[in-house]
Design a protein. Structure first.
Length: 233
């Protein structure tokens, strides 16, 4: 199985706009794509955090306790990384399994495979966005849900896409999170309900608000990149 060309085209259509500091049409909310997929967006301000910290976080968390630090209510269990993940060094190309809920929506297993953002964003625009300081981290993954979520021959889940785009600011950073979900049921009578989108908005806002409270100290205490914490006295 593979994603249809039409699905890929719809997701790529305006994706480069997320690299601009200018407002985009939907900073927070849900909408239906032409094929019935659900587009979910949430915008967070992470005080005292930077893009390098969030990028590092994906090389750090590896236990259920870490996941619960990220969201103590909705995150249920860490199911493990595959061999492509290297602690404190790499998550690109790696796949993670986890169990999460969306508030009152019961827990479900998730499969997430991370990619180099240049695999989907225009590489020239992406490079320039970093050079201009318009972004400080870009995290891109393919995502699917359920115990036996379909994957393609490369191990990519077929049901959707996840993006986290970070821009550093004086007070911390701004995080744009965008999800494109429900590719497998888009052209059917069983499209993902709006309830999933609204639940994901709450979940995404909450998890990164929780994480922002712990991430700076955790980063300076645990990262192996040699960054020194600021003197607060």
């Amino acid at each position: 199985m593979e994603l249809t060309i039409e699905t890929e085209k719809l997701v790529r259509e305006n994706i480069n706009a997320l690299l601009s500091p200018k407002p985009v049409r939907m900073e927070a909310g849900i909408q239906r794509l032409e094929n019935g997929m659900l587009h979910v967006a949430m915008r967070n301000v992470l005080h005292d955090c930077k893009g390098k910290m969030l990028d590092w976080w994906f090389t750090y968390f590896e236990t259920t306790a870490d996941l619960k630090l990220w969201h103590p209510l909705d995150h249920v269990a860490h199911g493990g990384w595959d061999s492509q993940w290297i602690k404190n060094e790499n998550y690109i190309g790696a796949t993670i399994h986890a169990t999460e809920s969306l508030g009152n929506i019961p827990p479900v297993s998730a499969t997430i495979k991370f990619h180099d953002p240049a695999d989907i964003f225009d590489s020239v625009i992406l490079h320039q966005a970093y050079a201009n300081g318009d972004v400080s981290a870009v995290i891109y993954a393919r995502i699917g849900f359920g115990e036996n979520t379909p994957v393609d021959i490369n191990g990519d889940p077929l049901d959707g896409y996840m993006f986290h785009i970070v821009r550093d600011m004086s007070q911390g950073c701004v995080l744009r999170s965008h999800f494109f979900l429900g590719a497998l049921t888009a052209d059917s009578d069983h499209q993902l309900p709006d309830e999933i989108g609204f639940g994901l908005m709450e979940h995404c806002y909450s998890e990164f608000t929780y994480l922002a409270q712990a991430l700076p100290s955790l980063y300076y205490a645990e990262n192996k990149n040699g960054d020194k914490p600021p003197l607060l006295w």
